[in-house]
Write a protein that binds this ligand. Structure first.
Ligand code: ADP
Length: 174
């Protein structure tokens, strides 16, 4: 039987418990799940480099012990990357109405680029429905506690980033 390979694309800067929730749900449904980290995002001011984001998510996925989940980075069109790895499903997280319009637009655009690709939107556990990477960065770099919002590995990297204290507060925002 044909194995269904899904990709979960995103910036993951950094990965939050909301992302992890979606990763677990999707890994239960699809034969294989590839977390595909976008190397660049012109709309976002990135805190962690692509190498750091890959390393952080790999650490998080290792801890979850999900044998059908892999982590990679990609640049260029998601559809091209999917063709390369034989993936046919795009997994996205849907938190609130505010996500809906953008996600719908992306889904239609990707369908337009390849009608054989399906986008599946998944809702996280309600406690994570307000959570985003940018809110985590905002709280953390203003001295707040983000322990309940991110996996332990992420906290470790955030603390290290603060120690390294790169180029001022502006860099920590999306
Ligand atoms: P992007 O730049 O592609 O939006 P993100 O890392 O912000 O990258 O998000 C990747 C995907 O994960 C998106 O589909 C987003 O809606 C989803 N997502 C982000 N935060 C959460 C959350 N707390 N719960 C569920 N899904 C989420």
């Amino acid at each position: 039987m044909k194995k269904i390979i899904a990709v979960y694309p995103g910036t993951f800067d950094p990965v939050t418990k909301g992302h992890v929730d979606i990763i677990k749900r999707a890994s239960n449904i699809f034969d294989r799940l590839n977390i595909a980290i976008t190397e660049t995002n012109i709309n976002k001011n990135i805190l962690f480099s692509i190498e750091e984001r890959v390393r952080i998510i790999r650490e998080v996925v290792d801890e979850l012990q999900l044998s059908n989940v892999s982590v990679n980075s990609f640049s260029g069109l998601l559809i091209d990357y999917m063709h390369k790895i034989g993936a046919t499903v795009i997994v996205r997280g849907l938190r609130a109405v505010s996500d809906f319009e953008y996600e719908l637009q992306m889904a239609y655009m990707n369908r337009n680029l390849d009608p054989n690709i399906e986008t599946v939107s998944m809702m996280p556990y309600i406690e994570y429905s307000f959570l985003s990477s940018s809110i985590v960065k905002e709280i953390f770099f203003n001295g707040g506690d983000v322990t309940e919002f991110v996996p332990d590995a992420v906290l470790k990297y955030l603390l290290k980033k603060r120690e390294d204290n790169v180029a001022g507060k502006e860099n920590f925002k999306d």
